[in-house]
Write a protein of this length. Structure first.
Length: 164
């Protein structure tokens, strides 16, 4: 098991559907986060870019799940207050450009620890694919046009089979 206070710099990708009263949107992108095994034994996944979100759990997987829930929660909160898809897109782009400077510094320290060999990732991190730390972060939004479904006739009835 990893020692406490060990930190792993991560690059994450995501894709979510976000529904609001006035629009439906697909949101996908890539960001940076820092997974930390804290001194109390808990795992925390802190948003670097976008900043301001976090998730915790008893395992890295649980912290990841809570982080994704927090991210989707922010997207839903933004969507609920927006009068249009365009306004939603503008606010989400702004949110994803916000960086947490403290976590950014910790992310860079953890990156250097991996690059120098001072930190050798253990499972489950050792099994993750590798990606350039300099690869760009992004968020892409697409408005989803609702499909109009044909009306379905309600047919709730019973019958007995005929006797032969």
């Amino acid at each position: 098991m990893p020692e406490n206070n060990v930190a792993y710099p991560l690059i994450f990708t995501f894709g979510e559907s976000v529904g609001a009263p006035r629009f439906l949107a697909g949101v996908s992108g890539s960001g940076r986060a820092l997974m930390v095994h804290e001194g109390d034994g808990s795992w925390w996944l802190y948003g670097v870019e976008p900043g301001g979100i976090a998730g915790s759990g008893n395992s890295p997987q649980e912290a990841h799940l809570k982080f994704v829930e927090a991210l989707k929660g922010v997207l839903l909160d933004i969507a609920a207050d927006m009068p249009s898809f365009q306004a939603f897109e503008e606010q989400v782009q702004k949110f994803f450009k916000e960086s947490d400077r403290k976590e950014e510094a910790r992310w860079r320290e953890a990156l250097e620890a991996i690059r120098s060999g001072a930190l050798r990732p253990e499972a489950p991190f050792s099994g993750l694919p590798r990606q350039s730390a300099e690869s760009g972060r992004y968020v892409v939004l697409q408005e989803i046009e609702p499909k109009v479904l044909p009306p379905v006739e309600s047919r709730n009835a019973f019958a007995l089979p005929t006797a032969a």
